[in-house]
Design a protein around this ligand. Structure first.
Ligand SMILES: CCCCCCCCCCCCCCCC(=O)SCCNC(=O)CCNC(=O)[C@H](O)C(C)(C)COP(=O)(O)OP(=O)(O)OC[C@H]1O[C@@H](n2cnc3c(N)ncnc32)[C@H](O)[C@@H]1OP(=O)(O)O
Length: 133
């Protein structure tokens, strides 16, 4: 496994979560709510920071959230994450979401991408340095 703490830019993307949206997650147009997708991206984005910081994390910033294509009920969504920056108490990840759809004629479509920053926190919710030599 690549040591992302020594060279984040060399960090490969990693499959961190898979989920299939249900009818209850759809909006009035029949597409999946953007807010539902954002919640899944937040969860998926936390996986590598949790692993690297070895403790609790909180989302401090979400940047460049792009909905490139609509998501439909029954799409199989795969969430890929890559570490792009590791600070003293924070970790920034890039998340890409791909939808596998239409089993009769399978298609793989990139639907969403975002950058999120997580801060490692202690029991009191204060920033927790995890990257000190
Ligand atoms: C193993 C055991 C696990 C057990 C557990 C399992 C749980 C398994 C579920 C997890 C699921 C998680 C995924 C959902 C995560 C939420 O849903 S969290 C909920 C939403 N977020 C919040 O409520 C956070 C609210 N904000 C805060 O509490 C405080 O702002 C924070 C995050 C503690 C930071 O405190 P602060 O005093 O503002 O921090 P400050 O010292 O200024 O900066 C700290 C770091 O943040 C960076 N930063 C600050 N602002 C920004 C910004 N706007 N942009 C970028 N970076 C920034 C700073 O540059 C600094 O980075 P470093 O240079 O140290 O690396």
């Amino acid at each position: 496994m690549t040591d992302a703490t020594s060279d984040p830019s060399a960090s490969p993307r990693e499959l961190v979560m898979r989920v299939m949206p249900m009818p209850a997650d759809a909006n009035g147009n029949g597409d999946i709510f953007g807010g539902w997708i954002m919640a899944q991206v937040d969860l998926a984005g936390s996986v590598l920071p949790l692993r690297i910081s070895r403790g609790r994390v909180a989302t401090v910033a979400v940047n460049e959230f792009i909905f490139k294509q609509p998501v439909s009920v029954g799409d199989l969504l795969s969430f890929y994450a890559r570490v792009v920056r590791i600070g003293r108490t924070s970790i920034t990840v890039h998340v890409e979401v791909e939808a596998e759809r239409n089993p009769a004629d399978p298609q793989l479509v990139k639907v969403t991408q975002a950058n999120l920053t997580y801060v490692a926190i202690d029991r009191d919710g204060k920033p927790r340095p995890f990257n000190t030599p």
